[in-house]
Design a protein around this ligand. Structure first.
Ligand code: ASP
Length: 295
């Protein structure tokens, strides 16, 4: 059974941009699902959905339009992971419009799992200046953060999880991080187990306060809970509670090898979309909690 579930971040979304989010989510989910239903692999589908969202600066915090550091730079993180255990990730990338593609190159062309900074950028075939990744919106967000006393937050990180007809699973996540983060900060996104995870049982992508995802190994926790007999609903609840214990909040999307899927968040809103046989939906949910779309 082909299933694709994506997210476009969890948190407090900028007012007046719902249409941009919804259009971006719908288009990315369609593009990924079209691959999945025409015989492509789960990993192709998640990369395509994430790549589309990275290439949409109107809506998302990934690729062009990624959140800016307090020094006014854009540093991007991304990860790709498959049910066969292969994984690739990049952190602190300053010259790529589509870091998810670099993450997959780490997975497929190097003996490593995570490459940082210049080493990751060396894989980029079409590098751009850091300024080209900045948008009027991302500059305005940094100025808003500088003028306020609000805590560091990120919204608009993107991710996707897929189950292909052949039973294989894949997860991908990409982000600019959080507005006003320190230069050199690495979030949860490129850390397998924290912000992205796939194994023979599950594919999971997270979004929210990265430090809490790292401290609670949130994405892998969903799989561990299932392995210990929890339902998907209970596994998501436990993981979200673990984020709070780790001083954070966020959202997660999950698909399992037996075709169940759902999402959960404990932030004010989460942007999501999914496609599965007979099922299609996308939007911004403002009902925090856990939703199992298919058990
Ligand atoms: N998890 C991302 C980070 O901490 C931010 C987000 O998902 O909004 O880098």
């Amino acid at each position: 059974m082909a299933i694709l579930l994506i997210h476009g971040g969890a948190g407090t979304f900028t007012a007046g941009r719902d249409e941009a989010y919804e259009a971006g989510l719908g288009a990315a989910c369609e593009a990924g699902y079209a691959l999945l239903t025409s015989g492509s692999t789960a990993v192709s589908a998640v990369i395509e959905a994430v790549r589309r969202m990275e290439s949409n600066p109107e809506a998302f915090n990934a690729g062009v339009g990624g959140a800016m550091t307090r020094t006014g730079d854009v540093e991007l993180d991304a990860c790709v992971m498959l049910s066969d255990g292969s994984a690739g990730a990049v952190g602190g990338v300053r010259t790529s419009r589509n870091p998810v593609l670099l993450a997959d190159l780490v997975r497929t062309t190097t003996p490593h799992v995570v490459l940082f900074g210049a080493g990751a950028e060396a894989l980029e075939k079409d590098p751009v200046a850091n300024d080209e990744l900045k948008t009027p919106h991302s500059r305005a967000e940094l100025e808003r953060w500088q003028a306020s006393t609000r805590a560091l937050t990120g919204t608009g990180t993107v991710g996707a999880v897929a189950l292909a007809d052949d039973g294989t699973l894949a997860a991908a996540t990409s982000t600019g991080g959080i507005v006003g983060q320190y230069l050199g900060r690495i979030g949860d996104t490129p850390i397998p187990g924290a912000g992205t995870w796939a194994d023979a049982r599950t594919a999971v992508s997270g979004t929210g306060k990265g430090e809490a995802f790292i401290r609670s190994v949130a994405c892998k926790r969903v799989s561990d809970e299932l392995a210990h007999g929890a339902t998907l609903e209970a596994a998501l609840h436990t993981t979200l509670t673990g984020l709070v214990t780790a001083d954070g909040s966020g959202g997660l999307i999950v698909v399992t090898s037996d075709g169940s899927f759902g999402y959960g968040f404990n932030t004010p809103a989460m942007a999501y979309a999914f496609r599965a046989p007979g099922l299609s939906e996308h939007g911004l949910s403002r009902s925090a909690g856990v939703r199992i779309v298919r058990t």
